[in-house]
Design a protein around this ligand. Structure first.
Ligand SMILES: CC(C)(COP(=O)(O)OP(=O)(O)OC[C@H]1O[C@@H](n2cnc3c(N)ncnc32)[C@H](O)[C@@H]1OP(=O)(O)O)[C@@H](O)C(=O)NCCC(=O)NCCS
Length: 374
Protein backbone atom coordinates (compact mmCIF):
# COMPACT_ATOMS: atom_id res chain seq x y z
CA UNK A 1 0.00 0.00 0.00
CA UNK A 2 1.28 3.48 -0.85
CA UNK A 3 -0.11 6.90 -0.06
CA UNK A 4 -0.08 9.47 -2.84
CA UNK A 5 0.29 12.72 -0.93
CA UNK A 6 -1.63 15.48 -2.68
CA UNK A 7 -3.28 12.69 -4.73
CA UNK A 8 -0.48 13.34 -7.19
CA UNK A 9 -0.84 11.15 -10.30
CA UNK A 10 -4.11 9.68 -9.02
CA UNK A 11 -6.86 9.63 -11.65
CA UNK A 12 -10.27 10.10 -10.04
CA UNK A 13 -12.60 10.11 -13.04
CA UNK A 14 -13.00 9.76 -16.79
CA UNK A 15 -13.86 13.03 -18.48
CA UNK A 16 -14.97 14.26 -21.87
CA UNK A 17 -14.61 17.88 -20.79
CA UNK A 18 -11.04 19.14 -20.71
CA UNK A 19 -7.85 17.84 -22.26
CA UNK A 20 -4.46 19.19 -21.19
CA UNK A 21 -1.10 18.34 -22.74
CA UNK A 22 1.29 19.83 -20.22
CA UNK A 23 4.41 19.26 -22.34
CA UNK A 24 3.05 20.75 -25.54
CA UNK A 25 1.05 23.51 -23.79
CA UNK A 26 -2.32 22.47 -25.19
CA UNK A 27 -5.71 23.04 -23.58
CA UNK A 28 -8.95 21.88 -25.20
CA UNK A 29 -12.56 21.96 -24.04
CA UNK A 30 -14.51 19.04 -25.52
CA UNK A 31 -11.92 18.79 -28.30
CA UNK A 32 -11.82 22.49 -29.22
CA UNK A 33 -8.60 24.44 -28.70
CA UNK A 34 -9.05 27.17 -26.08
CA UNK A 35 -7.53 29.71 -28.51
CA UNK A 36 -10.24 29.01 -31.10
CA UNK A 37 -12.99 29.25 -28.51
CA UNK A 38 -11.68 32.57 -27.14
CA UNK A 39 -11.32 33.98 -30.67
CA UNK A 40 -14.73 32.92 -31.94
CA UNK A 41 -17.21 32.29 -29.12
CA UNK A 42 -19.28 34.00 -26.51
CA UNK A 43 -19.10 32.62 -22.97
CA UNK A 44 -22.68 31.41 -23.48
CA UNK A 45 -21.62 29.21 -26.43
CA UNK A 46 -18.83 27.68 -24.35
CA UNK A 47 -21.23 27.16 -21.45
CA UNK A 48 -23.58 25.31 -23.80
CA UNK A 49 -20.67 23.27 -25.14
CA UNK A 50 -19.55 22.25 -21.65
CA UNK A 51 -23.10 21.44 -20.56
CA UNK A 52 -24.47 19.64 -23.64
CA UNK A 53 -21.29 18.36 -25.32
CA UNK A 54 -21.62 20.23 -28.64
CA UNK A 55 -21.47 23.85 -29.76
CA UNK A 56 -25.02 25.20 -30.15
CA UNK A 57 -26.69 26.20 -33.41
CA UNK A 58 -28.35 29.64 -33.47
CA UNK A 59 -31.68 28.40 -32.19
CA UNK A 60 -30.17 26.36 -29.37
CA UNK A 61 -27.98 29.30 -28.37
CA UNK A 62 -30.83 31.74 -28.29
CA UNK A 63 -32.91 29.40 -26.08
CA UNK A 64 -29.95 28.85 -23.75
CA UNK A 65 -29.25 32.60 -23.53
CA UNK A 66 -32.89 33.16 -22.54
CA UNK A 67 -32.57 30.51 -19.83
CA UNK A 68 -29.47 32.25 -18.45
CA UNK A 69 -31.05 35.71 -18.56
CA UNK A 70 -34.16 34.55 -16.76
CA UNK A 71 -32.07 33.74 -13.71
CA UNK A 72 -29.85 36.85 -13.52
CA UNK A 73 -32.40 38.00 -10.94
CA UNK A 74 -31.50 36.76 -7.46
CA UNK A 75 -33.97 35.79 -4.75
CA UNK A 76 -34.37 38.73 -2.33
CA UNK A 77 -32.82 36.82 0.57
CA UNK A 78 -29.52 36.46 -1.34
CA UNK A 79 -29.28 40.18 -2.00
CA UNK A 80 -30.05 40.99 1.63
CA UNK A 81 -27.53 38.41 2.85
CA UNK A 82 -24.75 39.96 0.72
CA UNK A 83 -25.68 43.44 1.87
CA UNK A 84 -25.59 42.33 5.54
CA UNK A 85 -21.97 41.13 5.30
CA UNK A 86 -19.28 43.61 6.37
CA UNK A 87 -18.03 45.51 3.31
CA UNK A 88 -14.47 44.51 4.19
CA UNK A 89 -15.29 40.76 4.11
CA UNK A 90 -13.27 38.67 1.73
CA UNK A 91 -15.04 38.43 -1.65
CA UNK A 92 -14.78 34.63 -1.75
CA UNK A 93 -16.39 34.45 1.70
CA UNK A 94 -19.27 36.47 0.28
CA UNK A 95 -19.47 34.11 -2.70
CA UNK A 96 -19.51 31.07 -0.40
CA UNK A 97 -22.26 32.55 1.75
CA UNK A 98 -24.45 33.46 -1.23
CA UNK A 99 -24.14 30.04 -2.87
CA UNK A 100 -24.70 28.18 0.40
CA UNK A 101 -27.88 30.19 0.98
CA UNK A 102 -29.34 28.90 -2.30
CA UNK A 103 -28.84 25.23 -1.48
CA UNK A 104 -31.65 22.93 -0.52
CA UNK A 105 -31.50 19.57 1.19
CA UNK A 106 -33.80 17.78 -1.21
CA UNK A 107 -32.26 18.21 -4.69
CA UNK A 108 -32.83 15.11 -6.79
CA UNK A 109 -30.22 14.54 -9.50
CA UNK A 110 -31.70 13.67 -12.85
CA UNK A 111 -30.14 14.04 -16.32
CA UNK A 112 -32.68 16.37 -17.95
CA UNK A 113 -33.29 18.51 -14.95
CA UNK A 114 -29.55 18.84 -14.13
CA UNK A 115 -28.78 20.70 -17.36
CA UNK A 116 -31.58 23.21 -16.76
CA UNK A 117 -30.24 23.65 -13.25
CA UNK A 118 -26.78 24.46 -14.70
CA UNK A 119 -28.21 27.37 -16.77
CA UNK A 120 -30.12 28.63 -13.75
CA UNK A 121 -27.04 28.55 -11.50
CA UNK A 122 -24.87 30.32 -14.10
CA UNK A 123 -27.42 33.15 -14.28
CA UNK A 124 -27.43 33.42 -10.49
CA UNK A 125 -23.62 33.30 -10.48
CA UNK A 126 -23.61 36.53 -12.52
CA UNK A 127 -26.06 38.15 -10.10
CA UNK A 128 -24.01 37.07 -7.09
CA UNK A 129 -20.54 38.14 -8.27
CA UNK A 130 -21.66 41.49 -9.68
CA UNK A 131 -23.46 42.26 -6.43
CA UNK A 132 -20.43 41.27 -4.37
CA UNK A 133 -18.53 43.90 -6.35
CA UNK A 134 -21.35 46.43 -5.84
CA UNK A 135 -21.35 45.77 -2.10
CA UNK A 136 -17.54 46.04 -1.86
CA UNK A 137 -17.66 49.40 -3.62
CA UNK A 138 -20.50 50.78 -1.51
CA UNK A 139 -23.14 50.68 -4.26
CA UNK A 140 -26.77 49.74 -3.68
CA UNK A 141 -27.34 46.12 -4.74
CA UNK A 142 -29.36 45.51 -7.91
CA UNK A 143 -30.14 42.67 -10.29
CA UNK A 144 -28.27 42.58 -13.63
CA UNK A 145 -30.12 43.81 -16.70
CA UNK A 146 -31.41 40.81 -18.74
CA UNK A 147 -31.23 42.94 -21.89
CA UNK A 148 -27.50 42.13 -22.13
CA UNK A 149 -25.42 39.03 -22.80
CA UNK A 150 -23.36 37.42 -20.05
CA UNK A 151 -20.09 39.40 -20.10
CA UNK A 152 -21.78 42.73 -20.81
CA UNK A 153 -24.53 42.29 -18.22
CA UNK A 154 -21.86 41.46 -15.66
CA UNK A 155 -19.69 44.47 -16.46
CA UNK A 156 -22.66 46.86 -16.60
CA UNK A 157 -23.88 45.69 -13.21
CA UNK A 158 -20.41 46.23 -11.77
CA UNK A 159 -19.12 49.30 -13.60
CA UNK A 160 -22.25 51.07 -14.86
CA UNK A 161 -21.57 52.95 -18.10
CA UNK A 162 -17.80 52.67 -17.76
CA UNK A 163 -17.90 49.78 -20.22
CA UNK A 164 -16.81 49.52 -23.86
CA UNK A 165 -16.43 46.85 -26.52
CA UNK A 166 -12.79 46.15 -25.58
CA UNK A 167 -13.67 45.60 -21.94
CA UNK A 168 -16.61 43.37 -22.82
CA UNK A 169 -14.40 41.36 -25.22
CA UNK A 170 -11.69 41.00 -22.57
CA UNK A 171 -14.22 39.92 -19.93
CA UNK A 172 -15.72 37.38 -22.32
CA UNK A 173 -12.23 35.98 -23.04
CA UNK A 174 -11.31 35.83 -19.35
CA UNK A 175 -14.54 33.97 -18.62
CA UNK A 176 -13.70 31.37 -21.28
CA UNK A 177 -10.04 31.04 -20.25
CA UNK A 178 -10.90 30.21 -16.63
CA UNK A 179 -13.85 27.86 -17.39
CA UNK A 180 -12.18 24.58 -16.56
CA UNK A 181 -8.86 22.96 -15.92
CA UNK A 182 -9.56 19.27 -15.33
CA UNK A 183 -9.51 18.34 -11.60
CA UNK A 184 -7.61 20.90 -9.50
CA UNK A 185 -8.31 21.07 -5.74
CA UNK A 186 -11.56 23.06 -6.03
CA UNK A 187 -13.07 20.77 -8.68
CA UNK A 188 -12.01 17.74 -6.65
CA UNK A 189 -13.75 19.22 -3.58
CA UNK A 190 -16.92 19.71 -5.66
CA UNK A 191 -16.66 16.12 -6.91
CA UNK A 192 -16.30 14.71 -3.41
CA UNK A 193 -19.46 16.58 -2.34
CA UNK A 194 -21.36 15.53 -5.49
CA UNK A 195 -20.40 11.89 -4.96
CA UNK A 196 -22.57 11.92 -1.83
CA UNK A 197 -25.41 13.26 -4.05
CA UNK A 198 -25.34 16.55 -2.20
CA UNK A 199 -27.09 19.37 -4.15
CA UNK A 200 -25.25 21.47 -6.75
CA UNK A 201 -25.11 24.66 -4.68
CA UNK A 202 -23.50 22.81 -1.79
CA UNK A 203 -20.95 21.29 -4.18
CA UNK A 204 -20.07 24.78 -5.43
CA UNK A 205 -19.71 26.00 -1.87
CA UNK A 206 -17.25 23.16 -1.19
CA UNK A 207 -15.30 24.13 -4.32
CA UNK A 208 -15.11 27.80 -3.29
CA UNK A 209 -13.71 26.75 0.10
CA UNK A 210 -10.88 24.96 -1.71
CA UNK A 211 -10.34 27.76 -4.22
CA UNK A 212 -9.87 30.26 -1.40
CA UNK A 213 -6.46 29.00 -0.28
CA UNK A 214 -3.32 30.79 -1.52
CA UNK A 215 -1.97 27.62 -3.15
CA UNK A 216 -4.87 27.54 -5.58
CA UNK A 217 -6.84 30.69 -6.34
CA UNK A 218 -4.63 33.43 -5.03
CA UNK A 219 -1.83 33.44 -7.61
CA UNK A 220 -3.16 36.24 -9.89
CA UNK A 221 -3.31 38.52 -6.89
CA UNK A 222 0.19 37.55 -5.76
CA UNK A 223 1.64 37.92 -9.26
CA UNK A 224 0.13 41.39 -9.66
CA UNK A 225 1.35 42.52 -6.22
CA UNK A 226 4.82 41.36 -7.21
CA UNK A 227 4.78 43.77 -10.17
CA UNK A 228 3.61 46.62 -7.93
CA UNK A 229 6.41 45.84 -5.50
CA UNK A 230 9.08 45.93 -8.23
CA UNK A 231 7.87 49.41 -9.29
CA UNK A 232 10.28 50.11 -12.20
CA UNK A 233 11.80 48.15 -15.08
CA UNK A 234 15.27 49.07 -13.77
CA UNK A 235 14.45 47.31 -10.52
CA UNK A 236 13.43 44.00 -12.15
CA UNK A 237 16.87 42.43 -12.13
CA UNK A 238 17.96 43.59 -8.63
CA UNK A 239 14.55 42.49 -7.24
CA UNK A 240 14.83 39.11 -8.94
CA UNK A 241 18.40 38.55 -7.72
CA UNK A 242 17.53 39.43 -4.13
CA UNK A 243 14.09 37.81 -3.76
CA UNK A 244 14.14 34.83 -6.09
CA UNK A 245 17.80 33.84 -6.37
CA UNK A 246 19.12 34.87 -2.96
CA UNK A 247 16.07 34.51 -0.66
CA UNK A 248 14.68 31.57 -2.69
CA UNK A 249 11.15 33.00 -2.79
CA UNK A 250 8.84 31.61 -5.45
CA UNK A 251 8.24 33.66 -8.53
CA UNK A 252 4.46 34.09 -8.44
CA UNK A 253 2.56 33.36 -11.64
CA UNK A 254 5.27 30.85 -12.58
CA UNK A 255 5.17 27.06 -12.41
CA UNK A 256 2.34 24.58 -12.69
CA UNK A 257 1.67 21.00 -11.59
CA UNK A 258 0.70 20.00 -15.14
CA UNK A 259 2.38 22.39 -17.60
CA UNK A 260 6.07 21.99 -18.27
CA UNK A 261 6.04 24.76 -20.89
CA UNK A 262 4.13 28.02 -21.46
CA UNK A 263 0.57 27.78 -20.22
CA UNK A 264 -1.52 28.51 -23.35
CA UNK A 265 -3.94 30.61 -21.30
CA UNK A 266 -1.10 32.89 -20.22
CA UNK A 267 -0.33 33.67 -23.86
CA UNK A 268 -3.95 34.70 -24.47
CA UNK A 269 -4.01 36.94 -21.40
CA UNK A 270 -0.71 38.52 -22.44
CA UNK A 271 -2.14 39.32 -25.90
CA UNK A 272 -5.26 40.87 -24.36
CA UNK A 273 -3.16 42.92 -21.92
CA UNK A 274 -1.01 44.28 -24.74
CA UNK A 275 -4.05 45.10 -26.82
CA UNK A 276 -5.98 46.83 -24.05
CA UNK A 277 -3.52 48.98 -22.23
CA UNK A 278 -3.75 52.71 -22.72
CA UNK A 279 -2.90 53.98 -19.24
CA UNK A 280 0.78 54.80 -18.55
CA UNK A 281 0.85 53.19 -15.10
CA UNK A 282 -0.51 49.94 -16.51
CA UNK A 283 1.90 50.13 -19.44
CA UNK A 284 4.73 50.38 -16.90
CA UNK A 285 3.46 47.24 -15.10
CA UNK A 286 3.28 45.39 -18.41
CA UNK A 287 6.88 46.35 -19.22
CA UNK A 288 7.98 45.13 -15.79
CA UNK A 289 6.03 41.89 -16.31
CA UNK A 290 7.65 41.23 -19.69
CA UNK A 291 11.15 41.87 -18.39
CA UNK A 292 10.50 39.65 -15.37
CA UNK A 293 9.05 36.95 -17.61
CA UNK A 294 12.26 36.88 -19.69
CA UNK A 295 14.39 36.60 -16.59
CA UNK A 296 12.13 33.91 -15.08
CA UNK A 297 12.13 31.80 -18.23
CA UNK A 298 15.92 32.11 -18.61
CA UNK A 299 16.40 30.97 -15.01
CA UNK A 300 13.68 28.32 -14.61
CA UNK A 301 12.76 27.25 -18.16
CA UNK A 302 15.20 24.34 -18.12
CA UNK A 303 13.32 22.98 -15.04
CA UNK A 304 9.98 23.21 -16.88
CA UNK A 305 8.87 26.25 -14.90
CA UNK A 306 7.14 28.82 -17.15
CA UNK A 307 4.59 31.59 -16.62
CA UNK A 308 1.08 30.32 -15.92
CA UNK A 309 -2.38 31.76 -16.56
CA UNK A 310 -2.27 34.02 -13.51
CA UNK A 311 0.86 35.87 -14.61
CA UNK A 312 -0.91 38.46 -16.82
CA UNK A 313 -4.56 38.00 -15.81
CA UNK A 314 -4.34 40.60 -13.02
CA UNK A 315 -3.21 43.25 -15.49
CA UNK A 316 -6.22 42.44 -17.67
CA UNK A 317 -8.70 42.44 -14.77
CA UNK A 318 -7.30 45.72 -13.54
CA UNK A 319 -7.47 47.28 -16.98
CA UNK A 320 -11.14 46.24 -17.20
CA UNK A 321 -11.70 48.10 -13.92
CA UNK A 322 -11.40 45.57 -11.08
CA UNK A 323 -9.28 45.90 -7.94
CA UNK A 324 -6.93 43.18 -6.69
CA UNK A 325 -9.49 42.00 -4.11
CA UNK A 326 -11.74 40.76 -6.92
CA UNK A 327 -9.18 38.74 -8.91
CA UNK A 328 -9.72 35.32 -7.30
CA UNK A 329 -13.47 35.81 -7.22
CA UNK A 330 -13.46 36.59 -10.96
CA UNK A 331 -11.64 33.29 -11.47
CA UNK A 332 -14.33 31.57 -9.35
CA UNK A 333 -17.11 33.38 -11.27
CA UNK A 334 -16.04 31.59 -14.46
CA UNK A 335 -14.99 28.30 -12.85
CA UNK A 336 -18.53 27.70 -11.52
CA UNK A 337 -19.22 26.38 -15.03
CA UNK A 338 -16.32 23.90 -14.86
CA UNK A 339 -17.41 22.71 -11.42
CA UNK A 340 -20.98 22.18 -12.63
CA UNK A 341 -19.83 20.39 -15.78
CA UNK A 342 -17.61 18.03 -13.78
CA UNK A 343 -20.13 17.18 -11.09
CA UNK A 344 -22.94 16.52 -13.56
CA UNK A 345 -20.60 14.38 -15.66
CA UNK A 346 -19.53 12.45 -12.56
CA UNK A 347 -22.97 11.89 -11.08
CA UNK A 348 -24.59 11.03 -14.41
CA UNK A 349 -21.85 8.77 -15.79
CA UNK A 350 -20.02 7.24 -12.86
CA UNK A 351 -21.81 7.98 -9.61
CA UNK A 352 -19.70 6.33 -6.98
CA UNK A 353 -19.15 7.65 -3.49
CA UNK A 354 -15.62 9.07 -3.18
CA UNK A 355 -14.34 7.56 0.01
CA UNK A 356 -10.57 6.96 0.09
CA UNK A 357 -8.68 5.26 2.89
CA UNK A 358 -5.89 6.41 5.20
CA UNK A 359 -3.01 4.27 6.50
CA UNK A 360 -3.07 4.25 10.31
CA UNK A 361 0.20 5.31 11.97
CA UNK A 362 -1.05 6.04 15.54
CA UNK A 363 -0.44 4.10 18.79
CA UNK A 364 -1.09 0.34 19.11
CA UNK A 365 -4.11 -0.77 21.18
CA UNK A 366 -3.81 0.50 24.77
CA UNK A 367 -5.76 0.17 28.00
CA UNK A 368 -8.26 2.95 28.80
CA UNK A 369 -7.29 5.18 31.77
CA UNK A 370 -10.02 6.85 33.83
CA UNK A 371 -9.78 10.66 34.05
CA UNK A 372 -8.70 10.80 37.75
CA UNK A 373 -5.74 8.48 36.96
CA UNK A 374 -4.41 10.50 33.98
C1 LIG B 1 2.00 26.02 -8.92
C2 LIG B 1 3.00 25.28 -8.04
C3 LIG B 1 2.40 25.11 -6.64
C4 LIG B 1 3.23 23.90 -8.67
O1 LIG B 1 4.22 23.31 -8.01
P1 LIG B 1 4.54 21.75 -7.97
O2 LIG B 1 4.21 21.06 -9.21
O3 LIG B 1 3.94 21.21 -6.72
O4 LIG B 1 6.11 21.82 -7.93
P2 LIG B 1 6.95 21.92 -6.64
O5 LIG B 1 6.37 22.87 -5.67
O6 LIG B 1 7.20 20.51 -6.20
O7 LIG B 1 8.31 22.54 -7.25
C5 LIG B 1 9.26 21.80 -8.02
C6 LIG B 1 10.54 22.59 -8.08
O8 LIG B 1 10.32 23.79 -8.83
C7 LIG B 1 10.57 24.95 -8.04
N1 LIG B 1 9.52 25.92 -8.34
C8 LIG B 1 8.23 25.63 -8.65
N2 LIG B 1 7.55 26.76 -8.88
C9 LIG B 1 8.44 27.78 -8.71
C10 LIG B 1 8.33 29.18 -8.79
N3 LIG B 1 7.14 29.76 -9.10
N4 LIG B 1 9.40 29.93 -8.55
C11 LIG B 1 10.58 29.35 -8.24
N5 LIG B 1 10.76 28.01 -8.14
C12 LIG B 1 9.70 27.24 -8.37
C13 LIG B 1 10.48 24.47 -6.61
O9 LIG B 1 11.21 25.30 -5.74
C14 LIG B 1 11.04 23.08 -6.73
O10 LIG B 1 12.44 23.20 -6.82
P3 LIG B 1 13.41 22.07 -6.20
O11 LIG B 1 13.10 20.83 -6.97
O12 LIG B 1 14.78 22.62 -6.45
O13 LIG B 1 13.03 21.97 -4.76
C15 LIG B 1 4.33 26.07 -7.97
O14 LIG B 1 4.91 26.17 -9.25
C16 LIG B 1 4.18 27.45 -7.35
O15 LIG B 1 4.17 27.59 -6.12
N6 LIG B 1 4.02 28.52 -8.20
C17 LIG B 1 3.84 29.85 -7.73
C18 LIG B 1 2.37 30.08 -7.40
C19 LIG B 1 1.50 30.11 -8.64
O16 LIG B 1 1.78 30.83 -9.59
N7 LIG B 1 0.39 29.34 -8.60
C20 LIG B 1 -0.58 29.32 -9.68
C21 LIG B 1 -0.66 28.01 -10.34
S1 LIG B 1 -1.80 28.09 -11.70
Amino acid sequence: MAVSLGLEDVFIKYTGLTYIDGNAGILRYRGYDVNDLVKNCSFEEVAYLMTYGELPNKEQLSKFEDELKSSYKLPDHVLSLISELPEESDTLTMMETAFASLSSGDYKWDKDNDKKQVAKILGEDLGIISNIYRHKTGKKLQNPDPKYGYAEAFLRNCLGDNVNEKKIGAMNSALIIYVDHEVPASTTAALVASSTLSDMYSCITAAIAALKGPLHGGAAEAAYKQLLQIKTTDNVEPWFNKNILEDKKRLMGFGHRVYRTYDPRMKIFKGIAKDMITDNEQKKLLDIAEKLEDLGVKTFGSKGIYPNTDYYSGIVFNEIGFPITMFTTLFGFSRVLGWLAHITEYVEDEERLIRPRAIYTGPEERAFIKIDKR
